[in-house]
Design a protein around this ligand. Structure first.
Ligand SMILES: NC(=O)c1ccc[n+]([C@@H]2O[C@H](COP(=O)([O-])OP(=O)(O)OC[C@H]3O[C@@H](n4cnc5c(N)ncnc54)[C@H](OP(=O)(O)O)[C@@H]3O)[C@@H](O)[C@H]2O)c1
Length: 333
């Protein structure tokens, strides 16, 4: 049944991508409405050959809405998610607000779509962008040999921090090109010509982003015994997160078996061939696409039966907007 779809945070970098994805995939919506904060009321956003006029995301704005795709930050989601659900909408939320709530499924369609059937609060959470691409790549390996331990280091793009951060990196790059010093306002240090760890502190000297990778991976795979050792890093890339991933299993994984599983894995684009300079998944190739690119699949040199791989995906699409729309497509309404 075609329902009204509300995109909340429609002026943001993820919200705009959601509208693009809905249009590109010809999502069968009866109507699409664009909602954001009071600051953006009246702004016009191109959609399906016309334009949507942004309205304020108040509780009443959800009357008649069947699906609410939310990407307006955790505070707005905490307040508006239950209001939308109370009015009958299924909420698919991109923020961190609900991800670890035991009554909210945390869903990546290629991995655990069944979890979306039980949604006592009417809310489904979209995982963190770094987690989504990693679990899509690891799902076939986990099914075959059960993961024991993951060591992951990320190389995350500026757009993962929102539109203003994306513009700040552009400004910094322009400044560097003119021989000027890059100015950091949103980032805690210049990102141009640098790498930065810019997330809030979590616990035990890990950042919140690092802890999200630990907790969300366990919840999505439904296995609290999986060890995750994360280090998350921001790099001067516009869009496309990259991850170096080392995986140990409960039984030895042969590298040829891993490659064969990955070649056939849903959502994965396998980057084949032996090591050669430049022959690896790259953010510049993944940006704007739907796939999780996986390459550099190697046996670990020190730990028998362990595998190393390199995983890249568009953080705004599979890491956020696309994953949310794929969930919506697979809901039986
Ligand atoms: N960027 C990514 O790669 C990524 C990936 C996964 C998840 N996410 C999550 O997605 C959410 C949005 O991120 P973003 O990167 O798109 O940020 P962004 O570019 O800064 O956009 C934020 C959006 O939220 C809206 N907003 C803020 N406060 C609001 C309120 N009180 N009520 C209604 N709308 C409000 C803003 O509207 P105004 O324009 O009116 O201020 C804007 O549309 C965040 O929760 C983020 O953690 C982002």
């Amino acid at each position: 049944m075609a329902v009204t779809v509300a995109v909340v945070g429609a002026t943001g970098v993820v919200g705009r991508e959601m509208l693009r994805v809905l249009e590109q995939r010809k999502f069968p919506a009866a109507k699409v409405v664009a909602l954001a904060s009071a600051r953006s009321v009246g702004a016009k956003i191109p959609f399906a050959g016309g334009e949507l006029v942004v309205r304020e995301a108040t509780p009443d704005a959800f009357e008649g809405v069947g699906i609410a795709l939310m990407s307006a930050g955790a505070a707005a989601s905490r307040q508006l998610g239950p209001e939308a659900a109370k009015r009958g909408a299924i909420v698919i939320d991109n923020s961190s607000a609900w991800r670890m709530d035991p009554d909210v499924p945390l869903v990546v369609p290629e991995v655990n779509m069944d979890a979306a059937k039980q949604r006592p609060k009417g809310i489904i959470a979209n995982p963190n962008c770094s987690t989504i691409q990693m679990v899509v790549a690891l799902k076939p390996l986990h099914d075959a040999a059960r993961i024991k331990h993951i060591v992951v280091s990320t190389y995350q793009a500026a757009s993962g921090k929102g539109h203003a951060a994306q513009l700040e990196l552009e400004e910094q790059v322009r400044a560097v090109a003119k021989g000027e010093s890059p100015v950091a306002k949103i980032f805690p240090a210049p990102l141009a010509m640098n790498v930065v760890m810019d997330w809030k502190a979590g616990e035990l000297d890990y950042s919140e982003e690092e802890l999200k990778m630990v907790n969300e991976t366990r919840k999505i795979f439904g296995d609290d015994t999986i060890g995750v050792s994360p280090t998350t890093v921001r790099v001067p890339v516009d869009t496309g997160h990259a991850e170096s991933v080392h995986v140990q299993f409960h039984r030895p994984m042969d590298v040829e078996e891993a490659k064969s599983l990955l070649r056939n894995a849903p959502g994965v684009r396998f980057v084949d061939g032996p090591y050669a300079p430049g022959n690896h998944p790259q953010p510049i190739q993944a940006a704007g696409t739907d796939d999780v690119f996986v390459g550099r699949v190697r046996k670990d040199l020190a730990i028998p039966g362990a595998i190393n791989l390199f995983v890249v995906a568009d953080n705004l699409r599979k890491g956020a907007a696309l994953n949310a729309v794929q969930i919506a497509e697979r809901l039986s309404l």
